[in-house]
Write a protein that binds this ligand. Structure first.
Ligand code: ADP
Ligand code: ZN
Length: 513
């Protein structure tokens, strides 16, 4: 790397060295070569185009899919003294921005893809000095990616009309299919692909079955003094959790979701960025594009949408490289809901969605290294153990739960496939409560067939059976037999269960289950 570049790195960005593949990416771009950079969240993608934008003559045109993201980037760049502007539907200073652009007074110009491909913008580009193009969130160009944006498909002709200006595509998430697609759709040679390692060794991963969720999260938050994010699954969930977690008054807790008034949202986000100990209860949109390197923990209160999503969201912890934690809480009902959602989408998308869910199932159910599962998902070949996830730190025991599973499935069948796990548990352990006797379930052959030491297995078994399609739920949460039940009932398939290490119980259970 040449000295002038290192000077810009130091003087403009305040960094003493490049991180990871940044130097490779910047070198290629500075040499005028088309590049696809696949770098995990937190790896420092913005620098890869912002630095060349400052160092090169002319302007770097940045195509970015979200106005909020653009404006965050813009603020950050402007704060560093970089001459940056955006042309979006909410910008009032179009004329001024266009004048500055034409006069060569901009280092960075952010535009949305639909604007970039317009005739008017193309004319504007013809009359301004262009240094390079950066295509952010480049996976949007691919139908394989998880957020396809048709406008990204119109970019290639534009890029091709500036053949001597390098294009740099950036993304955090791209499986093999998506990578191929990006290269093709944006006209970048395979040798121009630079993939950074996905491992975030400073993040400790842990996965827990939900069991008194509010208490579980409160315990976690209580033991982690730094700033943290708790992802809830719904907007209402963020506010409820924030209220519950702030009840003891020990921590500053706020909520963030897209349904809040913009000024409240902005204020909460700013407070979080400035804070050294705040807990933010948010929907997953929170954290995208915000630069807070010292987030110490990220908690998912429920199942994420995909491994990619989980990786990206948990990756918002520990960007500073210091130790950080990622906790995921899940329950069988997450999978039931996901399956329900899948049954409602177009048939041709169902297989892909099912694959996403079963990848998540493998992650949460495994007794082996979580990091290894994540990294393998991104095509890496990690070691079998990492030493920094729950399973590596205290390897769980596994038990053969086939007999318990058969008992539970029989109870589901004999009670008419419409009761929840609580009632089934009562029947199986032989509790003659009102509901049990009124329905005559104390007369069934399955009444009282589960021994005391087996009772604790019932909920984990139910979760495992749901995950394996041996159980299903009706719209009221009642359990029904699924297609996978038969093989277990006939003893053709064994069910081995990973048991989490016993967790010390503190106080009463929370209400948030
Ligand atoms: P990404 O877009 O890949 O998620 P960002 O561009 O937001 O990542 O950068 C993540 C964090 O890393 C930011 O806090 C940024 O300031 C910091 N960062 C980027 N490059 C470097 C570097 N070379 N040295 C130190 N910190 C860096
Ligand atoms: Zn591990």
């Amino acid at each position: 790397m040449t000295q002038p570049i290192l000077d810009v790195l130091h003087d403009t960005f305040g960094f003493s060295a490049f991180r990871g593949v940044q130097d490779q990416v910047v070198s290629r771009v500075m040499a005028g070569r088309n590049t696809l950079a696949i770098m995990p969240t937190g790896a420092g993608k913005s620098l890869c185009y912002q630095l060349p934008a400052v160092a090169l003559d002319g302007c770097c045109v940045v195509i970015s899919p979200l106005i909020a993201l653009m404006h965050d980037q813009l603020r950050a760049a402007t704060a560093l003294g970089i001459r940056a502007a955006s042309l979006t539907s909410v910008d009032a200073d179009w004329q001024e921005t266009q004048d500055r652009f034409r006069a060569g007074e901009l280092d960075l110009l952010y535009v949305a893809p639909e604007r970039a491909s317009s005739e008017g913008f193309r004319n504007l580009l013809g009359r301004a000095p262009i240094a390079m193009f950066a295509i952010d969130e480049a996976h949007c160009v691919s139908e394989w990616g998880h957020d396809f944006r048709p406008d990204y498909r119109l970019l290639k002709p534009l890029l091709d009309s500036f053949p001597d200006r390098p294009r740099l595509a950036l993304t955090a998430t791209a499986d093999a299919h998506t990578r191929e697609d990006i290269l093709k759709q944006l006209g970048i040679d395979r040798e121009g692909m630079i993939v950074a390692g996905f491992d975030r060794p400073n993040i400790r991963y842990a996965v827990h079955p939900r069991d008194g969720l509010t208490r579980q999260i409160a315990d976690l938050v209580g033991g982690n003094p730094g700033p943290g994010i708790v992802y809830a699954q719904t907007r209402a969930g963020t506010e409820k959790l924030a209220e519950q977690l702030s009840r003891d008054g020990k921590r500053q807790v706020r909520a963030y979701h897209a349904g809040m008034p913009p000024e409240v949202r902005r204020a909460n986000q700013d407070a979080f960025i400035a804070s050294e100990d705040m807990v933010m209860c948010a929907t997953v949109a929170f954290g995208m594009g915000i630069d807070k390197p010292d987030v110490r923990f990220v908690v998912h209160a429920g199942l994420p949408k995909s491994i990619e999503g989980y990786y990206q969201e948990s990756g918002r912890a520990g960007r500073d490289g210091e130790p950080a934690e990622a906790h995921l809480f899940w329950g069988a009902d997450d999978f039931a809901r996901a399956r329900m959602r899948i049954s409602e989408i177009e048939p041709e998308r169902q297989a892909g969605e099912r694959a996403r869910i079963s990848a998540l199932g493998a992650l949460v159910e495994t007794g082996t290294c979580r990091r290894a599962i994540l990294l393998r998902h991104f095509g890496e070949s990690p070691p079998e153990t990492c030493g920094n996830c729950d399973n590596c730190l205290s390897p769980p025991a596994s038990v053969d739960a086939t007999q318990t599973a058969r008992k539970l499935l029989s109870a589901v069948y004999r009670t008419g496939q419409s009761f929840g796990i609580g009632h089934l548990e009562a029947v199986l352990r032989g509790q003659s409560n009102d509901k049990v006797t009124q329905r005559g379930h104390d007369k069934l052959s399955v009444f009282g067939i589960v021994q005391d030491d087996e009772v604790a297995l019932l909920k984990p078994v139910a979760r495992a059976l749901l995950l394996r399609d041996a159980l299903d739920t009706n719209e009221h949460g009642g359990l029904m037999l699924g297609p996978g039940a038969r093989a277990i009932l006939r003893d053709e398939v064994q069910l081995s269960l990973v048991l989490p290490p016993k967790r010390a119980r503190r106080g009463k259970r929370g209400a948030g289950d």
